[in-house]
Design a protein around this ligand. Structure first.
Ligand code: BG6
Length: 821
């Protein structure tokens, strides 16, 4: 005799079945069938019996906080409703620092407003709620002993009820400064026994920039395994966002040919809010809209739209890999890639809530629009606009893919039919929520294709006359979820089922911060444009983009707020012309400086090509020229690339494909975007005979011969140099005498920093150039800039001081950070 559990109307009922005994063998063939059915049911029952024993403890830390009240308790209740009939038992521990009595009262309040699905009968709802409340207890979790007691209680409960433990979920709905302590306590005293899982759920913010995110990740990584951590980005639980990959997958056939730069005009990823930051300024003042929304929610949506589609879109590992590829292809952001704004009453709210003096003006942006480019074959040249703001005229979120219109329609407009005319707008919108539509939706212009969606989505009708994104709703195939679900409840279900594809892994997080941090740093002192808020914003925040830059469409109006003005803007300064070491100096804020240098290089190139038919340009590596390369790549359509020869000033002794190689920088930021004939590109031969910079391979001599063969008089038209903080230039270092004089055109040298081995043009060769430009940027260069301004010709100590073209011109390009010491 075995105990079996049979399902009766979704509930489990315990019974007995006699399955044994050789004497009980059916003679009739029909009886065999029945026996098999009975055995299957019994087996299923046994499996369910095993599952029934599985218990899950959910510990909600911050159980009386805002997020818990608004979403998490409701999400847990939904999880309970969904899963309890499926062979799991639960206990819910609401936890906080508050003492038990007061905590209990607060938690009871938070639980008052639980609601059931619309189709559940009120009596049934009351019953379920009651059971849920019985399973939910408040407990104070403050000290290490509190955590030990929690562990003991869970174990005692399991033993008492004869349950097998499936796992424990700890949901951190607490500020990040509390993470480390809680994590330590869980790790040391609340891990479940062998065979059961631990899942810890973390809510943003996950750091403030790349460095702090890395620190936090390292700290958490010392307590938890990567697979134990579930970092929530609640936008990944929004139904329309969660539908992006499945939609792309299910409609592969139609989208395969459309989802690329040839067909997509632009992509907009937008989250507008009407609320402001009042009541949250202590958080907001530290973060601002880019950290609060763009770095996470909007970036996640961007990766889902842009990633190469994995074969299996529900494989967490494949999704992550493809996301990371998108991050790798993102073009670095510059100050000019973004516009920022701040609603007018923000500073006043900060002064009031954070007790700041009357003179305080915040620079924290509450509105931002950013132009993002993805440098890969699929998306090159397609603008991705990310935009979010508080105190705007409406609340709405969407990702809109607008397709190019390459058709000409011959018949007059009145004959255009929505489903056929290629001249009507063609767009696909993942409507995340709110707005005039009021719900999540997927909209596909009828002239694109009829999409296929899972059965959990239904065709929708909107209010009559509704227009969306310039077209009547009737011009779209429009779908909405059969059952709307809150993002947190979707994610709680994914956590419960261990579905990691909807969460942010450490690698993903750091890649995102790596992308946003330079922009955040460059905007740190930028005064945001003030806007009145709501409908009154008018066209004040409208923006445009071209040549890789994004700017407000309207001039900055008169200041909206009287009082001390914002910090001076770069445009308040003119480009400064002066002398440095007796040669011309151009100085400006970095952005203008780069544009000026790029213009000068283009002008030199055009002149050289006009006179000699070709232009020989030798470029340095390192970080300063990156912005220049990007500028040349995106904003110089008149550049005679077809007649330009590109040479390297110096190179590290690593393979050319190594990210450390100067050639890689040139390739990533310039070469892949412009059309230089391949025989005009001259990387340094540092890698010969499968080894790096071996004297015997004569790489330096080979390069020198190539220069002599192609460059008249070995005199480059333009050599771009930098200046190191130790006074080095090219790869000519103070500690290494090679290349400062003598006959050699190209030399092998030694750098004090890794990789030590280098190849470099020699000073004599550099000084044969017709023009030498030295680019110096950033605060780190202040000291050396001041020092070198005073020294004479001392190349052994400061190789840069040996740069004196014999008959050519030397021009210094320094940004104010480096120069205004
Ligand atoms: C949060 C931000 O992550 O998302 C808030 O911190 C923002 O500032 C919120 O209001 C918006 O989420 P939702 O779900 O209302 O669109």
């Amino acid at each position: 005799m075995h105990d079996v559990f049979l399902m009766s109307e979704g509930r489990t009922v315990k019974g007995k079945a006699n399955l044994g005994g050789r004497g009980w063998l059916p003679r009739h063939p029909g009886m065999w069938k029945m026996l098999i059915v009975v055995m299957c049911v019994a087996l299923l029952g046994c499996l369910q019996a095993q599952e029934l024993q599985e218990h899950v403890s959910i510990i909600l830390l911050g159980a009386t906080g805002d997020l818990a009240k608004k979403y998490l308790w409701q999400g847990l209740f939904q999880l309970y409703l969904d899963e309890v009939g499926r062979g799991h038992s639960f206990s819910f521990h609401g936890a906080a620092l508050t003492a038990p009595k007061q905590g209990q009262e607060l938690m009871a309040k938070a639980l008052e407003s639980l609601s059931c699905p619309k189709d559940m009968a009120p009596s049934h709802c009351a019953e379920e709620k009651d059971q849920f409340l019985q399973l939910s207890r408040y407990r104070q979790l403050k000290t290490a002993e509190d955590y030990q007691a929690l562990n003991k209680d869970i174990e005692a409960q399991l033993q008492h009820a004869g349950l097998r433990e499936a796992g424990r979920i700890f949901y951190f709905s607490v500020p990040p400064f509390a993470y480390a302590d809680i994590a330590r306590n869980i790790n040391s005293s609340c891990r479940p026994g062998p065979g059961a899982w631990l899942r810890v759920v973390l809510e943003k913010p996950f750091g403030h920039d790349h460095f702090s995110a890395q620190q936090l990740a390292t700290e958490l990584g010392s307590f938890f395994q990567e697979e134990e951590m579930y970092r929530v980005d609640h936008y990944l639980g929004k139904q329309a966002v969660a539908q992006i990959l499945p939609f792309r997958d299910q409609n592969r056939k139609a989208l395969d040919s459309l989802w690329n730069r040839h067909h997509v005009e632009r992509v907009e990823i937008i989250m507008k809010e009407t609320v402001d930051a009042e009541g949250r300024t202590s958080f907001y003042e530290e973060y601002g809209v880019i950290r609060d929304v763009l770095q996470n929610h909007l970036t996640e949506v961007l990766t889902l739209v842009a990633m190469e589609l994995p074969l299996n879109v529900s494989s967490a590992e494949a999704v992550l890999r493809h996301k990371l590829q998108v991050f790798q292809a993102l073009r670095g952001l510059q100050r000019g890639s973004a516009v920022v704004g701040q609603y007018q009453s923000y500073s006043e709210q900060v002064r009031r809530e954070l007790q700041k003096p009357d003179s305080f003006h915040s620079l924290t942006p509450t509105f931002a629009a950013v132009l993002v480019h993805i440098d890969n074959l699929r998306w090159e040249g397609v603008p991705f606009i990310l935009m979010s703001g508080k105190a705007l005229d409406e609340r709405v979120g969407y990702a809109r893919i607008l397709f190019k219109n390459q058709a000409c329609c011959v018949q007059s407009e009145k004959h255009w039919a929505a489903a056929q005319s290629q001249c009507l707008p063609r767009q696909l919108i993942f409507h995340i929520g709110h707005g005039d539509l009021g719900s999540p939706a997927v909209l596909v212009s009828r002239n694109l294709f009829r999409p296929s969606l899972p059965s959990s989505w239904k065709e929708m009708e909107g209010p009559p006359g509704l227009r969306l994104f310039g077209s009547p709703l009737s011009d779209y195939y429009a779908y909405s979820p059969v059952q709307e679900r809150d993002a947190h409840s979707v994610l709680l279900s994914h956590i419960f089922h261990g579905r990691k594809d909807s969460f942010i892994t450490t690698e993903n997080l750091l890649a995102s911060w790596g992308f946003w941090t330079p922009l955040l740093e460059s905007l740190a002192h930028k005064a945001p444009r003030l806007y009145p808020g709501g409908a009154e914003n008018g066209r004040l925040l409208d923006f445009e983009f071209s040549s890789g830059r994004l700017f407000f469409s309207q001039q900055q109006p008169e200041q909206l707020v009287p009082g001390p003005g914002p910090a001076p803007m770069p445009s308040d300064f003119q480009v400064l012309r002066a002398k440095y070491r007796e040669s011309p100096l151009v100085s400006a804020w970095s952005e203008e400086l780069i544009s000026k240098l790029a213009n000068d290089i283009e002008a030199t190139a055009v002149r050289a090509v006009r006179r000699f038919g070709q232009f020989h340009l030798a470029l340095s590596g390192g970080s300063s020229p990156v912005a220049l390369f990007q500028q040349l790549a995106t904003a110089h359509y008149g550049f005679p690339w077809a007649h330009t020869h590109l040479w390297l000033v110096d190179e590290r002794c690593v393979p050319l494909s190594d990210p450390e190689s100067n050639f890689q920088g040139l390739q990533a930021h310039l070469l892949q975007h412009v059309r230089v004939p391949y025989y005009n590109i001259h990387p340094m031969p540092v890698h010969l005979q499968q080894r790096l910079c071996a004297e015997e391979d004569q790489g330096a001599q080979i390069y020198a011969r190539e220069i002599s063969a192609l460059v008249a008089n070995s005199s480059f038209d333009l050599v771009l140099l930098g200046m190191g903080a130790d006074g080095h230039t090219a790869s000519l270092f103070p500690q290494s005498p090679t290349g400062l004089d003598g006959e050699q055109l190209v030399v092998l040298t030694t750098s004090p920093s890794q990789p030590h081995r280098r190849m470099s043009l020699s000073l004599p060769l550099i000084n044969r150039a017709k023009k030498v430009a030295v680019l110096v940027m950033g605060r780190m260069k202040r000291e050396i800039t001041a020092l070198v301004s005073r020294v004479g010709y001392e190349p052994k100590k400061w190789p840069i001081s040996g740069v004196l073209p014999h008959s050519g011109q030397l021009v210094w390009y320094m940004d104010y950070d480096a120069f205004l010491a």
